[in-house]
Design a protein around this ligand. Sequence first.
Ligand SMILES: NC(=O)NCCC(=O)O
Ligand SMILES: [Zn+2]
Ligand SMILES: [Zn+2]
Length: 484
Amino acid sequence: MTTVIKNGTIVTADLTYKADVKIDGGKIVEIGPNLSGDEVLDATGCFIMPGGIDPHTHLEMPFMGTYSSDDFESGTRAALAGGTTMVVDFALPSPGQSLLEALTMWDNKSTRANCDYSFHMAITWWGEQVFNEMKTIVQDKGINTFKHFMAYKGALMVNDDEMFASFQRCAELGALPLVHAENGDVVASLSAKLLSEGNNGPEAHAYSRPAEVEGEATNRAIMIADMAGCPVYIVHTSCEQAHEAIRRARQKGIRAYGEPLIQHLTLDETEYFNKDWDHAARRVMSPPFRNKQHQDSLWAGLASGSLQVVATDHCAFTTAQKRFGVGDFTKIPNGTGGLEDRMPMLWTYGVNTGRLTMNEFVAVTSTNIAKILNIYPKKGAILVGADADLVVWDPKRSKTISSKTQQSAIDYNVFEGKEVTGLPRYTLTRGVVAVEEDTIKTRSGHGEFVRREPVTAVSKALSTWKEITAPRKVERTGIPASGV
Ligand SMILES: NC(=O)NCCC(=O)O
Ligand SMILES: [Zn+2]
Ligand SMILES: [Zn+2]
């Protein structure tokens, strides 16, 4: 059966034009005027865009003594409801655990996914086994990204020597390291001091993670990657200090990428000063929300290209779970939701305000990350042969965000009450209509794992340059006798 999307305007990362899109077998098979098919979807007044890709989610993640509450079913349903057609989650081995064993656990969780997905593998410890398994992960399992946490001391955190060793391995394998960049030692020390002074509420979470903590770690991660000869991707870039480190590195020709979250772009630190403990705790995440100056910096980075991707870090905990931290902010599970809201919020606060063009919107929600992860143009493109992961975007549809109508399993929404204008009329996952306005027709199990091959153009260029500029022994004749 063929499907044709008619009467719309195609918007990609670099083009805007009127054409119909024909789909067969889950792929785009034709783009042009006056196409016909068995099923017709009307896109009058709408933009046809590549479906969003969210490269940063934590679905059913074991963390801080509990599990994040959205699993692959509710999480990907939320994604599709908001126009996102692919998520990339993190397989997290416990310290000492085999990477392959962790991957099997995540494979089992993802069987109920409603849209396509992939995994990043986390490096939470270091040893010969990890070194060896990284090759299998890349070459056999189709995963070309490894995540490193510089924070969460005593749990997920890795030290500089471990990071350098892992980054060098990434360079050999054509893989991309991802980094959660916060100085975990300083955070641990500031947290202990705040608690000892009786500062135990959710606002102390923000005090314990000032922008300098992130800026220092971002710069360190980039320098370590440069020495290892690999590109680096900094997740949840939240402040000017971290953005500045990325910007400066890029100006020097270093391949560093930055990923602001929709939460950091649109919500600020005043949330933590709310008198309602639950309100503040629900917004506890790392890095914390910042002030308006930091937000302006992030928006400017997206427009100018020094930051490339907008993600969510969707890691949703219920109010009851957040209350584990009453009396001790370090026990509040870190994380917020956003999968359903990323695209409408970014359109509303980005495109509708003139901070982003429509093409920049597509670039930062889909195409740039597809290229970085080496899945373009299968994903992130409207081209013949690409997967028909598409969103028919109605720029006039509005709603007020509310936890009462959301797909996420949790009992609140950090964007509660925000008015958004710009919503999907249809979301298609590999050609199947999963969302038609307010009607959700998702199919659990429809989602497929997306393999990502190693050696992206960037990795190859960097390893070539590293080899050319590698230290070489100077061969000498007539070496004088030892002076002893
Ligand atoms: N970001 C956050 O607070 N929670 C999820 C885990 C992480 O990405 O650090
Ligand atoms: Zn993180
Ligand atoms: Zn995360």
